[in-house]
Design a protein around this ligand. Structure first.
Ligand SMILES: [Zn+2]
Length: 259
């Protein structure tokens, strides 16, 4: 015999079936890992934070716009008033005023207009201070927003890289899986699939010291007495899964797939 693969009366090496199960289990785990990565909690939290900060920034910008609008309105009315003052002063010095009553009227109006302008200008100064604070606040929130955007980009790249590593390893595992499947007769693949679906993803157990290593129940010794043939597929009388007798290769196969 060359090679060392001994085919039994089933026509294939039953360890291939176990290898198929190990492969599919680890592939399933890796697929779940990529899903969990894609739904990364930290990323979800950061996105929520970004949304919140975005709406904060909107209301800050809106209140800045309102303040600027108020400032503009006040500046406009100061301009209007200084236009009026200028006109009145021109009248005063035009030499066309003849009565002292008229003169006093113009002087009074100029006084009132100037007082009102001063008052508005003081308000403009006040509002400019508020606007300055608002600009600082906007800048702070914008910086925070940028920081979160950077964190999101970095995390996304990190997740993408991790998913790529997993997907590459999945490709390798899929190749191995196809090779293993090609070595197993179709009817056993079918049996395996049916059991796998029925039994929560695990179709085959290993009989170890009288225990089925999947359901962890001790098989009746009457039965295990008869289960000594390494080349035979048995059945766990407790969970109904296919059962193979333990041997060193079981752990070897597992560790080769895990690495
Ligand atoms: Zn069992």
């Amino acid at each position: 015999m060359s090679g060392g693969i001994v085919l039994n009366e089933l026509g294939f090496n039953i360890l291939d079936l176990l290898e198929l199960q190990f492969l599919e289990n680890i592939m399933g785990r890796k697929v779940n890992e990529t899903k969990a990565l894609a739904e990364n909690k930290k990323l979800v939290l950061l996105k929520e934070k970004l949304e919140k900060i975005g709406s904060d920034l909107n209301s800050l910008n809106k209140s800045y716009d309102d303040l600027k609008h108020k400032q503009k309105k006040m500046e406009d009315s100061v301009a209007t008033q200084s236009g009026k003052i200028k006109k009145n002063e021109e009248m005063l010095f035009s030499g066309t005023i003849t009565s002292s009553k008229e003169l006093v009227n113009y002087q009074d109006e100029i006084k009132i207009l100037k007082a009102s302008s001063d008052e508005i200008e003081n308000k403009i100064l006040e509002i400019m201070i508020v606007i300055d604070d608002k600009i600082k606040e906007v800048k702070e929130v914008e910086d925070k927003k940028k920081e979160i955007e950077i964190q999101i980009t970095e995390l996304k790249e990190n997740i993408k890289a991790r998913i790529k590593v997993i997907k590459d390893s999945l490709k390798g595992l899929e190749k191995k899986r196809k090779i293993v499947i090609s070595k197993i007769p179709k009817e056993y693949i079918e049996k395996y699939k049916v059991l796998k679906n029925k039994k929560g993803g695990i179709a085959i157990g290993v009989l170890r010291d009288g225990f089925c290593d999947v359901c962890n129940m001790k098989m009746p010794s009457m039965e295990t007495e008869k289960m000594k043939d390494l080349d035979k597929l048995y059945k766990c009388s407790l969970c109904g899964r296919m059962l193979i007798v333990d041997r060193d290769e079981v752990d070897i196969i597992k560790s080769q797939i895990d690495s």
